[in-house]
Design a protein around this ligand. Structure first.
Ligand code: ATP
Length: 202
């Protein structure tokens, strides 16, 4: 199994953008969000469990998961959120692990938005946090998702405080400048991780 770098950060911090840069350097990227989406496709056991827990009203007419309905439900209740996470997190974890095991590269990147918040830090060998100042985060998310300030406030409040994330970091990318600067930082860490893993194996 390759060395696992967990890439995490708040909403709109640049996780996907950084992941793309790693991928362009030939590093395999495993994305928890993509796996989460695949896990709830029609016919998957996780979807059946979600229906058993939340009722058929979280299905759309096509029999697929009505994400906005589910999001609304877990937004209103901490208990429901916990139950959803109990269905999804172990499966996501297991699937990421399964995919990582098949890789032959020295290291891989696992993109896990809530790595710190869910206390899963120990599933990776190293935590890389991508950080941006709150004002820039607000600006970029607003431009990308066309959300109102109130909607953004609600989302940002459910995220762990920036400080907690930074405290959990082994490595930090500050994504407050431009794409070229982000790319340079990714390249820096790429070299670092190649070095780290070459040391470990010898
Ligand atoms: P989410 O948590 O919502 O999945 P994310 O952390 O994956 O978001 P991205 O989608 O990579 O973040 O970036 C958020 C937005 O900010 C995107 O529109 C992206 O193009 C832009 N962005 C990211 N990094 C930079 C940068 N260095 N310079 C300019 N724009 C950037």
């Amino acid at each position: 199994t390759p060395y696992k770098v967990g890439l995490t950060g708040g909403i709109g911090s640049g996780k996907s953008t950084a992941a793309r840069s790693f991928s362009e350097l030939g590093v395999p990227v495993i994305d928890a969000d993509i796996i989460a989406r695949e896990l709830v496709e029609p016919g998957q056991p996780a979807l059946a469990e979600i229906v058993a827990t939340f009722g058929r009203e979280i299905l759309n007419p096509q029999g697929g998961l009505d994400r906005s309905c589910l999001r609304r439900l877990v937004f209103t209740s901490e208990a429901l959120k916990t139950r959803l996470e109990a269905i999804l997190h172990p499966r996501i974890l297991q699937e990421m692990e399964r995919r990582a095991t098949r890789l032959t590269t020295p290291y891989c990147v696992l993109v896990i938005p809530l790595l710190v918040e869910t206390g899963q830090k120990d599933i990776v060998d190293r935590t890389l946090v991508i950080d941006i100042p709150d004002a820039i985060q607000r600006q970029r998310v607003k431009a990308r998702d066309r959300l109102s300030d109130t909607e953004i406030d609600a989302i940002l409040q459910t995220q762990s405080r920036r400080a907690a994330r930074l405290a959990a970091a082994d490595d930090i990318i500050v994504n407050d400048t431009d794409l070229a600067t982000l790319q340079r930082q990714v390249e820096h860490y790429h070299q670092k991780y190649l070095f780290l893993t070459s040391q470990q194996r010898s």
